[in-house]
Design a binder for this molecule. Structure first.
Ligand SMILES: Cc1ncc(C[n+]2csc(CCOP(=O)(O)OP(=O)(O)O)c2C)c(N)n1
Length: 347
């Protein structure tokens, strides 16, 4: 039987209306153009594969995806530099940020398959994925509770004389919780090197934005903190990268935090157990036209940086990397039962 193809192998469409302006994007070098596509494809392909493993009964617990949001996750974290002491505090939809910050796909599969050699040693599934050896700090489930510690990390960097920057993410729903205000206010007062990305994907589980907040733009809240705030197209990886790159440079030079609201759509259910029926189909159809990967592919084809052949080769490379990563994880051991209580609490 032929191997089934993942979405990342969908035939690229040069006629796809991409609406990405071909101009000089600050911070972007020639090599970055292709790397951004590779990272978005790697993300989607990895997530599609986890769905298959879930349906095969190999994944315990929920599967959370960032389909439609890859440009936000990849473009933002790609603006960071771990060699400069930067740190990443991602959420469940930010697999692309893990990859853009240098995490290997095999770690993602080790985590979802609860293997003993995953960073959480098989004690936590899904994307509560932490890897402090890489300055990736796993999420706290209570939404927005992660913002104050992420700001604390940023402040610690500053107090130690480091030039490192901390990037953290929050959803449109999570932005309505009190810690959002406390964290961002503290970061602003102390000029912490902190960048907060609001991933506005229209829904918080089944609750639409009309029932979440009454202001026009969430980025306008930055005015109240005396910091810059930008609302950007979260499906345009170049716009996301450039805005985040500027925010990171600003933070690195001691000028303090930035709030960035990246607007996109969560194209799947909250988790794979959620059939998404509360989203009107026309909305999904409209957002499908802004698919971040297809848009960017069409842009690169038009710009002449890729052709159909190199696109196919890239898809094959991504699929091979995902195949190898899954194989590695499936060949890895499950934790021994007697280790269940080890490492659960700090020593
Ligand atoms: C303080 C808090 N309240 C409720 C929940 C349960 N919960 C988990 S995810 C979620 C929806 C989050 O929506 P949003 O912040 O917009 O992020 P998205 O899932 O859309 O990326 C809710 C309500 C939680 N984790 N924390």
């Amino acid at each position: 039987m032929p191997k089934s193809k993942s979405n990342s192998q969908a035939k690229s469409n040069p006629g796809f209306k991409h609406d990405i302006v071909d101009r000089k994007y600050e911070g972007i070098k020639e090599k970055d153009y292709l790397q951004l596509l590779y990272l978005m494809k790697l993300t989607r392909s990895a997530e599609n594969r986890v769905v298959k493993l879930y349906r095969q009964g190999k994944v315990v617990g929920g599967v959370y995806l960032g389909t439609g949001m890859e440009a936000t996750a990849v473009g933002s974290a790609y603006a960071l530099d771990r060699k400069k002491d930067d740190a990443l505090f991602p959420l469940i939809r930010d697999l692309g940020a893990h990859f853009a910050f240098g995490q290997h796909p095999k770690v993602y599969f080790l985590q979802y398959l609860n293997r003993a050699n995953s960073p959480t040693k098989g004690k936590d599934g899904n994307i509560h994925l932490s890897d402090s050896s890489k300055n990736i700090i796993g999420m706290i489930s209570h939404l927005s509770a992660m913002i104050p510690p992420a700001v604390g990390w940023a402040l610690a960097l500053k107090m130690r004389g480091s030039k490192g920057v901390t990037m953290n993410y929050i959803g449109n729903g999570g932005s309505q919780v009190g810690d959002f205000h406390e964290g961002l206010n503290f970061a602003s007062v102390r000029k912490a090197p902190f960048v907060l990305i609001i991933e506005n994907n229209q829904y918080a589980y089944s609750t639409p934005n009309t029932l979440q907040y009454a202001c026009e733009k969430l980025s306008d809240r930055a005015i109240a903190y005396g910091i810059p705030g930008y609302q950007i197209d979260g499906t345009n990886v170049l716009e996301v990268f450039e805005t985040c790159w500027r925010a990171v440079q600003r933070a690195r030079s001691g000028e303090g935090p930035t709030l960035i609201e990246a607007v996109s759509m969560r194209m799947r259910g909250h988790s794979e157990h959620d059939d998404h029926k509360y989203v009107p189909p026309h909305l999904l159809e409209e957002w499908a036209k802004k698919d971040p990967i297809r848009r960017y592919e069409a842009f690169l084809l038009e710009k002449g940086l890729m052709d159909e052949k190199s696109m196919t080769e890239l898809d094959q490379r991504v699929e091979k990397e995902i195949d190898d990563a899954v194989q590695f994880a499936e060949d890895s051991p499950l934790p021994e039962p007697q280790t269940a209580a080890e490492g659960v609490y700090a020593d």
